[in-house]
Design a protein around this ligand. Sequence first.
Ligand SMILES: Nc1nc2c(ncn2[C@@H]2O[C@H](COP(=O)(O)OP(=O)(O)OP(=O)(O)O)[C@@H](O)[C@H]2O)c(=O)[nH]1
Ligand SMILES: [Mg+2]
Length: 415
Amino acid sequence: MNIVVVTATYNEKGNIERLIDIIETEVFPKIKSHKMRLLVADDNSPDGTGEAVRRLMKKWKNLSINSGEKKGLGAAYLRAITSAIEEFDADVIFEIDADLSHDPKEIPNFLKKMEDGYDIVTGTRYSEGGSMPENWPLHRKAFSVIGNLLVKIITGRFYIYDWTGGFRAIKREVFLKEKDKLISFQGYTFQVAFLYKALLDGYKIGHVPIHFKDRTLGRSKIAPLEYIVNLLKYVIWERIYELRRFIKFLIVGSTGFITQIATQEVAVRSGLAYAISLIIGSSPSSPILERDILALRDGIGGGFGAEAAIISNFMFNNFWTFNDARKLKVKSPFFLRLIKFNLTSVASIFIQSFSIWFFVQLLGVNLNIGGFTIPTRLVVVVPTIILFVIPLNYFIYNKIIWKTQYLRNVNDAKV
Ligand SMILES: Nc1nc2c(ncn2[C@@H]2O[C@H](COP(=O)(O)OP(=O)(O)OP(=O)(O)O)[C@@H](O)[C@H]2O)c(=O)[nH]1
Ligand SMILES: [Mg+2]
């Protein structure tokens, strides 16, 4: 494979000379099965980093420089890795800090993992066998650990040991797939976004424990507080976006539930459900019992509630959850879709009416629970929804409503 090790530099003259020396004399000669190159991504550093690299390029034929305007670490990597692929046909690209914090002697361990089939391999400080610099003051260690921990909690991905680290090997395919999505990210956020997007696309991520050393020359360019605030903002939004369907499902469901209970209670307490039950339940030959009339009343109230929830769910789904489906010009008119939605939901009205009617017949209009008198219809409605209505609606949304919308969209798109 063609391997290009890319290192980003900004004012790293002393460090880059040492790093090039170590890589060229102690690391590359030991790797026999791959073609190795070193590429320095410099942003026209005023301290003469570029000149130092150009001098060494005369000595090392597999060393090159990629210079550009200073736009931050992420931009420098995007620019230089693109050039590593275009100019040197790189199959695997490494990212490594130039300040000797990352030990280049670990490169063969990363390569071994890539050969095992991983798409990205990250150097990890926070796993067994890895470490932070011992001479780091407590606040810096805490900052680093807490930053990583927050990313793990928000993303829910604890198996990524080191989200922010900058020592990585990346397959060409992964970079080409993700590069356009990474243009706006800086510093730690660039590294985290790269990993997160690759992970969401299903790429396999491996780890190599590393000992991170403190820089001995030059100055740090990363402004921790600013970067960490941007990082957290990014991770939270990305996670909300990742879970958007689920979040919408919860919101639509809860709104539907509140609407259902409110409507049911209005229908029962206003006397409407009672009036309807008298019409349905009375017959001139046999007078209906009070208990039967009340069961019918509550069952009818439950039916009103279920219908209100259906309309509420339809509105939310139509204007919000499946908003993008509407943009794709779903042709069937609004009312036709509403009627269709109702017809497919008729079973859930029936289930809820029947369940309330059945339990009011069985247990009476009110239940006594822990000294409180609660209408049976309110106690029955929750388990009925959870056990029968949600699974049924889930099936209907996925197999009938959503599916037909989707197919229609595909046809629309073709027209
Ligand atoms: N080309 C380029 N390289 C950069 C830029 N900012 C940082 N770098 C390089 O990226 C690497 C990591 O930056 P550092 O400043 O060392 O950040 P850090 O490792 O979090 O901080 P320290 O532990 O203090 O070194 C170093 O090799 C820097 O020279 C930039 O804007 N352009
Ligand atoms: Mg550093």
